[in-house]
Design a protein around this ligand. Structure first.
Ligand SMILES: [Fe+2]
Ligand SMILES: [Fe+2]
Length: 287
């Protein structure tokens, strides 16, 4: 039985601080407890994408997540507004050091930047290289993972907003409908919340929505609705789940994974059986 461990919003500031120590404790725990499972990290891995943060992150992933398959999607703190305003190198830093999915034992290790590539030749024929969409297939556990870069690499949006282009949404739909993935569990993941909009209706419980929402969310949700088993994201640092919404068995948002509660770090895992998603809560001790 293979699980999908969901982490998000590490917000690493370098080799120091609570985020670093909590990430270290969390990664060590997950590596020991979830050997062979897939770990999906949905963005904001760094706090502003400076080189010391990217290097610290790369070292943590490479050294401590050795026995799991780790997949990343970037978030706005990795190279959108904060990274680009404070450090123009953040996008280049990410793709130089983290361009490939961290897949130490992957059956489909990629050799190029994950957002421009695909794991097998047929995907290029089916899709052509689509910037900002990555596909990772684990034939051993019959699961396909589609990563979507919503971190707005050209900085078209402001503040913490994200962007999924129409081309990305079309690519996601094409992959989800491709015969190669028939019978596979399909997991889609990105950083931004893809269906809460800034409006008067949401203002009372989500006043910051206008600065955080995802441009292109409607087209993206149309692409994934009824076509995947599990949709994962982070960004708001609030854990939430939606069952059977948008024709998807389970949609889940993760909290900030490096934020401890009562001396423990909490995270969830998912496994899919007969298109039913079973979720579990786990805890790791802060050391
Ligand atoms: Fe975040
Ligand atoms: Fe974010």
């Amino acid at each position: 039985m293979s699980r999908i461990v969901h982490l998000s919003d590490i917000h690493l500031r370098g080799r120091e601080g609570k985020e670093y120590h909590n990430a270290l404790a969390l990664f060590r725990h997950i590596n020991a407890q979830h050997a062979g499972d897939t770990v999906v990290i949905t963005g904001d891995l760094c706090d502003d994408g400076r080189l010391n943060q990217i290097k610290a992150l790369n070292e943590l992933l490479t050294t401590h997540l050795t026995d799991v398959y780790t997949l990343l999607a970037p978030g706005n703190h990795d190279y959108a507004l904060w990274g680009n305003l404070l450090n123009h190198d953040s996008y280049r830093n990410w793709h130089h050091h983290l361009g490939c999915p961290r897949a130490p034992r992957s059956v489909n290790r990629l050799t190029g930047p994950w957002f421009q590539s695909a794991s097998e030749p047929w995907e290029h024929q089916a899709l052509g290289p689509c910037r900002g969409v990555g596909l990772f297939i684990r034939d051993d556990v019959n699961t396909a993972f589609i990563a979507v870069d919503s971190a707005d690499w050209e900085d078209r949006e402001v503040l913490a907003r994200g962007l999924v282009t129409p081309r990305q949404s079309r690519a996601v739909r094409t992959l989800l409908e491709h015969p190669r993935l028939e019978g596979f569990t399909r997991v889609v993941f990105l950083h931004h919340h893809p269906f809460i909009r800034a409006s008067l209706a949401t203002f009372t419980d989500y006043p910051e929505a206008w600065a955080m929402e995802l441009t292109g969310a409607t087209e993206f949700m149309e692409a994934v609705s009824g076509r995947c088993d599990l949709l994962l994201f982070g960004h708001r640092h609030v854990a939430e789940t939606w069952e059977h919404a948008y024709g998807i068995p389970l949609i889940a948002a993760a909290r900030k994974s490096t934020s401890a509660l009562d001396g423990h770090l909490y995270y969830k895992s998912y496994r899919v059986e007969d298109h039913t998603v079973i979720q579990e809560m786990h805890q790791a001790p802060v050391r």
